[in-house]
Design a protein around this ligand. Structure first.
Ligand code: ZN
Length: 150
């Protein structure tokens, strides 16, 4: 299977069967955002525990397949990580979308890297970049306790 096809399959899978959808148990931080270009809406819920670990993470949202897949992938990969690691992965993802780099670190296993890289295709479509990145910015806002809208 070509890499491109594999990436498409991952996005379709996450878009159709999003992981961690709904309000997670005992969340203590949240943030939401809206992308008027595409109509995507996302609301992130997370529980940061005393050890500064993202103990629980989920989202509610509606929108295009890319935005849902990105939210699903984010929650799947970040859940259980500590504050610093979560920020590091998010920054790497955003840099990967902005530049031509690929994610490279020893935090993620090969499967997780492939899953994150599946969103790299949006680089070729500037209008779709926000569909993929919005949820990651929203996650950071929730993590740091700021709300984007209202
Ligand atoms: Zn979209």
């Amino acid at each position: 299977m070509e890499l491109k096809e594999l990436y498409q399959e991952i996005i379709l899978d996450h878009g159709k069967n999003p992981r961690n959808k709904g309000k997670c148990d005992k969340f203590n931080k949240d943030a939401k955002a809206y992308n008027p270009l595409c109509g995507d809406k996302v609301h992130i819920y997370l529980k940061l525990n005393k050890e500064k670990k993202v103990e629980n993470l989920s989202f509610e949202g509606e929108g295009c397949a890319i935005s849902l897949a990105s939210a699903s992938i984010l929650t799947d990969i970040i859940k259980g990580k500590d504050f610093i690691t979560a920020k590091k992965i998010t920054n790497e993802f955003l840099n990967m979308i902005k530049d031509k780099t690929s994610v490279s670190n020893d935090i993620l296993n090969e499967d997780q890297k492939t899953t994150i890289m599946s969103l790299s295709g949006v680089k070729k479509f500037p209008m779709r970049v926000k569909c993929a990145t919005m949820v990651w910015h929203t996650f950071i806002s929730a993590l740091e306790g700021k709300n984007i809208n209202e």
